[in-house]
Structure formats: C-alpha cells, structure tokens
Design a protein around this ligand. Structure first.
Ligand SMILES: Cc1ncc(COP(=O)(O)O)c(C=O)c1O
Length: 413
C-alpha cells in the first residue's frame, strides 16, 4: 500500500472506535440493555421533523444547495438570541457566531485555529474522548487536571494553577460534563478566568449539554464573566437538546478574530453546514418550540430516569461510589472495590457485562487514567424498567464478590 501520513500513523486508535463497537453489539441485540451511548433515544420535536419534510417538498432546490460557510444568517441570529436569553450575553450574529457540523467540527476547527505545535492544552481527567486526537492533530500537548469522585468531580483551582505554563494556550471547560454529569462551580470558573487573563490563554467552554440541566440555578453564567468577551470560546450543539445528533448541527460563539479563523478552516474541511438541518434548527429555535420540548419532554424524561438509576445504584451496588449528575445524562461510577475483589480491570468487566450479562457500559479508563476502575452508565437510552433490570444484571455479575458483606446482606432476600 502507498504510504499513509505520519500524522495519521501517530494517532492512537481512538477509544471512540471501541465505544462504537460496544454500541453496535448493544444495538443489534434487543435483550441487551444499553447504558453505553450518548445519543438521545427520544425523537426530535415534531416541528423539526415536519420542517425537514416541508422543506424538501416546497423548497427542494434551496434546501439542498450550499449556504455560506458560517451558516444561514437567520440561524445565527436565533442562536445569538437563545444565548442572550439563557446566558445573558450578547453576540453579534454577523461576526461572532459560526454554525458547524456538530460540536465535533467546531472543536476541531477551534483547536486548529488556537494552537501551534508545542502549545499546551489543559483538559480534565477523566474527560470527553473527542479532545485527545484533535489536540494532537494540531501538534499541541495535553496536560491533565485530575478530578475525583470524592470531590464530586469538581476541579481544584490550585491544581489547575500548577499546570499552567507559558506554553498554555487553551484550558477546556466541559460543563455539564461527559462522563461525570458534573456542573463546574462558579468559584472555579471565576478563578480560571482570572488565570486566563493573567497568563493570556483561551478558555474553551464545551457547552454541548448546556440545556440538559436538572437544576437551572446550578449552572454558572460563564460567558458573563469579566474577560470572557476576549478569551472565551463557547461551543454548542443541537445533538442533545434537540435529540438530533444525526442532523450534525453545532456552533461556536466568541471573539471575531477567532471566529474568522474557524471559518477559514471550515472552508477547507466542510465548506458549509448541512442546509436542510439548518432549516430544521431554525424551526427548533423559533417561538417556544425548544423551551416546550425541553420542559415537557426532555428534562422530565431524563430526570425520572436519572432518579431511578441513582436509587438502583445505591441499593444494588452499595460498594460503589458516584455522584448524582446535575446535568447531562451520565453516572460515572467508581467500582474499584468490586474490581479489586474480582481481580479485574474496568475494561474486562465491561467486556464480560456485554458478552455474558446483556448490559453495555463504557469502561471508565477510556476517559483518561483517572477513570480507571470506573464505568460510565448513561440513562438516556433506556426506560425506567430496563434501567432497573440493567443495574440488577450488573449487581448479579459482581455478586460472587467476597469482600462486600453489605452487598451480600442486601441481596440475600
Ligand atoms: C462533551 C461533548 N462534546 C461534543 C460532543 C459532540 O457533539 P456533536 O454531536 O454536536 O458533534 C459530544 C457528543 O457526545 C460530547 O459529549
């Protein structure tokens, strides 16, 4: 075969591919209970699907032709308006907003626009799988800020400070978080913005789960912090809030110079965002469609699933440790006591759960070294009764455990 680039050869096989393998097994077997994927199981609002059909019927040429690289002006105006309403911050839709093919493209184009070879990017550990290779492709180096269940997965400002060097160009803030469901507290976000001002780096807020929040008061208004207008890039997505990850629409909001940079890269990676999907997202943001959908369908559904999963974990996996997610739709569960007793790693247990017990979970070590001995369980894919069954299956898989008397007592009846 003709030579493949060194850039690609140097990339590790992403754990995303291993996750996809787990999920494809989960999807083909109906009896399999999936706590694996992060894709919403709800249909998008009816207005969104009707608009796609309507556009194809009434505007077939327009809805399948290119738009400008930054996306349709009407969609950008609605995104800016939505941000103003929810976060209080004004962005100029002409200069400070770009529509992208999902948050994934926004992240990739942003890293390429912000980073030079040798620069450093601070991410939390554990964190979302999508950052590692994108940072590496930009030639930069990752530094990791450990977070732990004992602190509710909250980052520590002093530890963050110690990681900052004159090479630090970006700190990634993911809140609500994947894989932990944590919402970062305001004393951290305020301290981080001060640090960014003193050391002149970007804060990249991955706000993919911004509206999947179970107590709206808990989310700090990051874009309102002093200095945010100069050094904050916020990346958003419709994949989760509109339950439409396949429509591939995300966006970035930030200072004009950086948005111009992202647009330059986007011209060569994808030229323009998907037109039909942009029409659909315009419908989502018009009137009260989004608010009604979130308030009456998405949040009540996920909250009730979250509460059941929390109760089941407490009752059936009493030797585990986790925090109840304040946002997003994941529990990140420390199961080290079980694993030690079973002489197993999280990846092996996940494999066994998939093959022998009919439950798909994602090994915590995929999300970074701090995730070792944990599993990520999503409550987005299954209804309450199947969440109950799935947790019982996990409990029975670890039930031959010798060192958990509490576990045995509870399950002996
Ligand atoms: C934290 C985080 N960022 C970005 C993404 C990618 O989102 P999109 O579908 O908009 O590309 C995901 C998807 O799961 C995510 O969890």
């Amino acid at each position: 075969m003709v030579r493949i680039s060194e850039r690609v050869s140097a990339l590790h096989i992403s754990p995303i591919r291993r996750v996809t393998k787990i999920l494809s097994e989960a999807n083909v077997r109906r009896e399999m209970i999936s706590f694996g994927g992060g894709a919403p199981s709800l249909p998008p609002p009816q207005e969104v699907s009707s608009e796609i059909m309507n556009q194809m019927q009434t505007n077939p040429q327009g809805s399948t032709s290119y738009t400008g690289t930054r996306g349709m002006p009407e969609l950008r105006a609605l995104i800016a308006n939505d941000w103003k309403k929810n976060q209080g911050t004004s962005y100029d839709p002409e200069k400070e907003v770009i529509v992208t093919d999902g948050a994934t493209e926004a992240l990739f184009d942003a890293f390429l626009s912000m980073l030079d070879p040798g620069d450093e990017v601070v991410v939390m550990n554990p964190t979302y799988l999508g950052y590692f290779e994108a940072v590496q492709l930009a030639g930069a180096r990752l530094k990791q800020l450990p977070v732990s269940v004992v602190d509710g997965y909250q980052p520590n400002l002093e530890t963050a400070k110690a990681l900052i060097s004159d090479k630090t160009r970006v700190v990634v803030l993911l809140s609500p978080d994947n894989p932990t469901g944590r919402i970062v507290k305001s004393d951290f976000t305020e301290g981080l913005m001060d640090l960014a001002t003193d050391h002149d780096f970007w804060i990249l807020w991955d706000s993919t789960y911004r509206d999947i929040v179970y107590d709206a008061k808990s989310q700090p208004k990051i874009s309102e912090l002093p200095g945010a207008n100069e050094r904050l890039l916020s990346i958003g997505s419709f994949s989760k809030e509109a339950s439409s990850p396949g429509l591939r629409i995300g966006y970035a909001l930030g200072p004009k110079g950086l948005i111009d940079g992202i647009e330059k890269i986007k011209q060569y990676t994808s030229l323009a965002p998907n037109t039909l999907s942009q029409y659909a997202m315009i419908k989502f943001l018009q009137g009260d469609v989004k608010e009604r959908y979130l308030k009456t369908i998405v949040l009540p559904t996920y909250q009730s699933r979250r509460d059941i999963m929390s109760r089941m974990i407490t009752e059936f996996l009493p030797e585990s440790n986790t925090t109840k997610p304040e946002g997003a739709f994941y529990f990140f569960v420390d199961i080290r006591r079980y694993l030690r007793a079973m002489h197993m790693a999280d990846e092996q247990l996940s494999e066994r759960l998939l093959k022998e017990h009919g439950v798909a979970v994602i090994p915590g070590s995929f999300f970074g070294s701090q995730g070792k001995g944990h599993v990520r369980l999503t409550f987005v894919s299954e209804p309450e009764d199947r969440i109950e069954t799935g947790i019982k299956r996990i409990a029975s898989a670890v039930s031959h455990l010798a060192t958990a008397p509490a576990f045995r007592r509870r399950n002996s009846g």
